[in-house]
Ligand binder design. Structure first.
Ligand SMILES: [Zn+2]
Length: 669
């Protein structure tokens, strides 16, 4: 965990306009900056950055936060990772809690493996451009045969591995240890204890981690010699887990999340050609069948995947299992087939981005219909297989976790098959039941739970640290806040955070006691007094935490509204940052709308609005208590506990009385 002093240093140094300006082009508008939002697609800018408040807000999609949450969202990093990202950018040394000796050793070892992989990537790239032999073979192939521009080659860090053991020799000479060369899968130990390059005479495709570090390589031979494997890939290493990495994801992640869609292709060159054509939301499974780890990587950015195939039937059949897995994970799957003789790579080279997008848009179909078409073509040849076919479709639909989606597909397939929908639905329900009961489902759930908090995909960075706010998380898991309380509690916070230090002017006082000095009470004081007098607290854990924080900060002697806001925005917790930035940028309050319609500044009506908000809160609180007492009464009745029943009935009478009083008072207001 990063210590508070370091967090403060980072927040003090990282200017929000400077950081965000590194990702989107900001234009000045008054004291703020505007841009087209990097989180959703738009033509007119609704994304705004306020350097004075240190926050950003998109009025289109609602994303808001401070400099750290921006990096979290934009670079898809955890809170700690985002802080480290900023620390690196501004050259701030990060102090962390003490690591164990074992952790330190592992971290240092990983650093060494990354370093030597980075060295290799540079060596391969330089060789491609500078070594005459490599140039004439490798660069000619990439440029002329593949049609990659120099910019594209650089974007993906493509290179060439020359003959012999040049990499190993260079790396050893540069001081890299032999154990890291073999550990990173770059060199192989021969029987006589000497090292040999794993990659030689091959075009090199570096594989990046989610955060952009080189972790592995794919090497393609340019020889036509059939005895040579077309591709040689890095083995699994401490820094490279095949089942948890996808080729191109580092280069694609922002486009995937912006467009809320991911194209899945097979090979390195498919990805690269798409990028060059201007379509960037594409990744490759690199020939292996899809793993659930890879699917979850995609799921971090989108639920929508379109699988792209060349028209070859054998390939399609092989990968259908992978698609079933995507369905199981609750992804929305579409499939697009390329015309005969074309694969994504060749198609992309012949067409513009617009043509490709049009083609994909028109030819993609949902996976169930795709499978239906595929199987029904087979069935046409062999009508005896109809039953088998129906079972296959039923099995596939039963994998979809969402009940509504299952029903929709059942309906569609029933129509196409010309059979009654309930027969199909019954079959699907039965298959679903079997699937859930088979333990496969539970296994999956358990796997998911076991894997979720572990940051496998970014394991080259620090693991996510859910332990940062243990109290609230534990509390919120125990105590489900009733949803009826949330909006009004949020509104109390709204007035506290925005106007807490304003003086409340009550209309009545101004009217009747014009001569006498007005009692000066701030909004924050009023709210605290009202709640404490009645022994009430906010119920929603996050809101309660922020409420308490406000008064804590105040106790330190801070009474300037802007400075209190600033402290809260930069509290060491992204959830609080998001809540506060939302509250101070929200344009409308939730419950009391009529005051916003009038063109009176909100500050001027606080004396009327705040008491009303507090009253509504109390009324809802009583409602909430009433409901739970009623539930308890029902329990006491069925248990036959007479004494308890009497007690509860007394409570209920008091609560009903309170309800009446509150509603009278609310009517009066
Ligand atoms: Zn937006």
């Amino acid at each position: 965990m990063i210590d508070r002093a370091t967090v403060d240093r980072i927040l003090d140094t990282a200017a929000i306009a400077d950081v965000i300006g590194g990702f989107v082009s900001l234009r000045r508008r008054g004291g703020n900056f505007v841009a087209c939002c990097p989180f959703h697609n738009e033509k007119t800018p609704s994304f705004s950055v306020s350097p004075s408040k240190g926050i950003f807000k998109c009025f289109g999609c609602g994303k808001s936060g401070n400099v750290v949450t921006f990096i979290m969202e934009h670079e898809h990093l955890s809170y700690t990772e985002a802080l480290k990202f900023l620390a690196r950018k501004y050259g701030i040394e990060v102090h962390e809690k003490e690591e164990t000796a074992e952790e330190i050793a592992q971290r240092q070892r990983n650093e060494s493996l990354w370093a030597v992989s980075e060295f290799a990537a540079q060596f391969f790239a330089e060789t491609l451009f500078n070594d005459p032999m490599s140039r004439s073979v490798g660069l000619t192939y990439l440029r002329d045969n593949r049609g990659f521009s120099e910019q594209t080659i650089q974007k993906f860090g493509l290179g060439f591995a020359p003959s012999g053991n040049q990499l190993t020799e260079k790396a050893l000479a540069a001081g890299y240890k032999a154990e890291y060369l073999t550990g990173a899968g770059l060199a192989i130990e021969r029987n006589n204890n000497t090292l040999a390059d794993r990659f030689y005479e091959r075009v090199i495709f570096p594989i990046h981690s989610l955060s952009g570090r080189v972790i592995a390589f794919g090497g393609r031979t340019l020889r036509t010699d059939k005895s040579l494997a077309k591709y040689v890939n890095s083995p699994e290493t401490e820094i490279y887990k095949k089942s948890h990495s996808l080729y191109g994801l580092f280069q694609a992640k922002n486009a995937i999340s912006r467009l809320d869609k991911c194209y899945l292709v097979e090979g390195y060159t498919d990805v690269i050609s798409f990028h060059q054509a201007g379509i960037e939301n594409v990744v490759a499974s690199s020939g292996t069948s899809l793993t659930s780890g890879q699917i979850r990587l995609i799921k971090r950015f989108t639920n929508k995947v379109t699988v792209l195939y060349d028209g070859d039937a054998a390939g399609i059949k092989a990968s259908i299992r992978g698609i079933d897995m995507l369905l199981e994970e609750g992804m929305e799957i579409k499939v697009a087939l390329f015309p005969d003789g074309d694969d994504p790579d060749s198609f992309a080279r012949k067409h513009t981005a617009e043509e490709i997008e049009n083609f994909l848009h028109n030819s993609e179909q949902d996976f169930i219909s795709f499978k239906y078409d595929l199987l029904s073509a087979e069935m046409a040849k062999d009508p005896m297989r109809r039953a088998e076919f129906i079972h296959e479709i039923i099995r596939t639909i039963s994998l979809i976790p969402d009940q509504i989606a299952r029903t929709v597909y059942a309906e569609e397939c029933a129509n196409r098959l010309g059979m009654k929908q309930d027969i199909l639905t019954n079959g699907i329900n039965k298959a679903r039941k079997q699937y859930v009961e088979s333990g496969l489902y539970q296994q999956k759930q358990a796997q998911q739970q076991a894997q979720e908090p572990v940051s496998q995909p970014t394991w080259d960075l620090v693991p996510h640290l859910p332990a940062e706010q243990p109290t609230r998380k534990a509390a919120s898991a125990r105590l489900q806040p009733p949803p009826i309380m949330e909006p009004i509690e949020k509104e109390i916070l709204y007035y506290l955070i925005r106007f807490g230090e304003n003086i409340l002017h009550f209309e009545e006082e101004q009217k009747y006691n014009a001569e006498q000095p007005v009692q000066r009470i701030t909004v924050a004081e009023y709210i605290a007094a009202e709640l404490t007098n009645d022994g009430l607290e906010l119920i929603t854990p996050l809101f309660k935490q922020v409420y308490d924080l406000y008064y804590e900060i105040q106790k330190e002697g801070l009474t300037d509204q802007n400075r209190i806001q600033h402290r809260l925005i930069n509290w060491n917790d992204p959830e609080i940052t998001k809540l506060i930035t939302n509250l101070i940028t929200e344009e409308y309050t939730i419950t009391i709308k009529e005051y916003n319609k009038a063109l009176i500044p909100e500050e001027n009506v606080l004396g009327t609005v705040v008491p009303k908000v507090i009253l509504i809160f109390k009324a809802k609180f009583v409602d909430h208590t009433y409901q739970s007492v009623m539930k308890e009464l029902a329990q006491a009745q069925s248990a036959g506990d007479e004494a308890r029943q009497q007690e509860l009935l007394t409570n209920i009478r008091i609560l009903m009385q309170m309800r009446r009083e509150f509603s009278n008072e609310l009517n009066r207001l």
